[in-house]
Design a protein around this ligand. Structure first.
Ligand SMILES: NC(=O)c1ccc[n+]([C@@H]2O[C@H](COP(=O)([O-])OP(=O)(O)OC[C@H]3O[C@@H](n4cnc5c(N)ncnc54)[C@H](O)[C@@H]3O)[C@@H](O)[C@H]2O)c1
Length: 373
């Protein structure tokens, strides 16, 4: 069966990318009930698999592990498994030796495939592992959260956190290596908690603000809340396409193009790093978006009306724009570790961003005060 017939038969959406400098080819499939198709997809891609190293989130393993094992056994009986405890703490680089130890029980070191099954924590760890084990092996990501399906598994960035003075500095150790295959199965989202669902919505709002997508339209917000299968497939497909378009233009994040995908993340990451386990990534991004909208308004870039619209949108989706007891000094300290060397991405309008912007520290503090109730 060729790819066209395969796509028609299974009603899936497909995006193919080739990243020019490295010629890495990736295939992104989005649909429902896709898990069982993995053996056929690998066959169709002519990917021979000598062994599988499965890196799986513990909760996801208990929910879908059995189903996945049946599928993986059809591909290879040479399977080793590393189970990851849920949560950002698992991304601590100090955990790496333990995470990869089951890999060395794999019998054949040839044509190996890493399969990641979980949210962004697991796919970030697995992507990184795939880029360093044996100096690089094939990687298939199966994201199971809305955030990982719309963002974390797209575009090849991976990484783990570095522990410093009791804090985890986010994604300080990592590489950019494109995945061979990303299998996005919306059925896996059915067991996601409301909190994790909102987590993913924060990144979707980021796309909307960055690229002026009609997500600001009320009917789309309703659709996002409804979680209908076809709505979801289309929404996730749109997000993946937007991100991949940017990644193709700036795969190594060196041209200030890919940087735009970090809208709200500078302050968001600093909040996340400095408040261990208090906020999820999506909540921190939402607070980061609210802060950046505030700074952009105060710098006379973003009109008041647009600022209000952003706060309303985040609130309607159940995302935080204010929080209790923010530790300002800790956030400011974490900001010093931002990879954009102290600059911010600001907004002039939906779809109009300014990268590399210097913001006076006093204004950053004002923004942090604004989001703390
Ligand atoms: N590489 C990138 O480009 C990129 C982009 C955005 C975010 N990230 C990273 O992604 C991570 C956050 O990812 P996340 O929000 O997916 O968090 P996560 O991986 O911690 O998953 C969140 C929770 O959902 C549970 N879960 C996962 N799938 C489930 C399912 N189908 N049903 C029920 N429960 C399920 C997990 O057990 C966990 O408790 C952060 O570390 C962030 O830095 C990376």
């Amino acid at each position: 069966m060729n790819q066209k017939e395969f796509k028609m038969k299974n009603k899936i959406k497909i995006i193919q990318t080739v990243i020019k400098p490295t010629l890495e080819k990736s295939l992104y499939l989005i649909g429902s009930d896709l898990l069982g198709l993995l053996p056929d997809i690998l066959k169709e891609r002519k990917i021979t698999v000598g062994g599988i190293f499965l890196i799986v989130d513990k909760t996801v393993n208990s929910l879908y592990g059995q189903k996945l094992r049946i599928v993986l056994n059809k591909i290879s009986d040479n399977l080793s498994v590393s189970e990851i405890n849920p949560g950002e703490k698992s991304k601590n680089i100090e955990n790496l030796p333990k995470i990869i130890s089951p890999f060395f029980k794999t019998k054949i070191f040839k044509n190996l495939l890493i399969v990641a099954f979980g949210g962004g924590v697991v796919t970030d760890i697995a992507g990184f592992t795939a880029s360093i084990l044996l100096r690089g092996i094939r990687c298939c990501l199966i994201p199971t959260t809305l955030l990982a399906q719309t963002d974390a598994t797209i575009g090849g960035k991976n990484g783990m956190d570095y522990p410093l003075n009791g804090k985890l500095l986010k994604n300080m150790i990592g590489t950019i290596k494109q995945p061979d295959l990303v299998l996005t199965d919306v059925d896996l989202l059915k067991t996601l908690s409301d909190k994790e669902w909102r987590n993913g919505l924060a990144e979707i709002v980021k796309y909307a603000l960055t690229f002026n997508k009609p997500v600001l339209d009320n009917s789309l917000i309703k659709k996002m809340k409804l979680k209908k299968e076809q709505n979801l497939i289309n929404l996730i497909y749109d997000c993946q396409k937007i991100k991949l378009k940017i990644v193709e233009k700036d795969p190594f994040d060196t041209l200030h193009i890919r940087e735009k995908l970090n809208l709200g993340h500078t302050i968001g990451h600093a909040i996340e790093s400095s408040h261990h386990d208090k906020f999820s990534h999506g909540e921190a991004v939402s607070l980061g978006l609210a802060s950046i909208a505030f700074i952009s308004r105060k710098m006379n870039l973003l009109p008041e009306r647009k600022f209000d619209q952003i706060i309303k949108l985040l609130t309607e989706l159940g995302l935080p724009t204010k929080i209790n007891k923010l530790n300002f000094p800790a956030v400011l300290k974490s900001l010093k570790f931002d990879k954009k060397a102290g600059t911010f991405i600001l907004m002039k309008d939906f779809g109009q961003l300014l990268t590399g912007q210097i913001v006076p520290e006093l204004l950053v503090i004002k923004a942090l005060k604004q989001i703390s109730s």
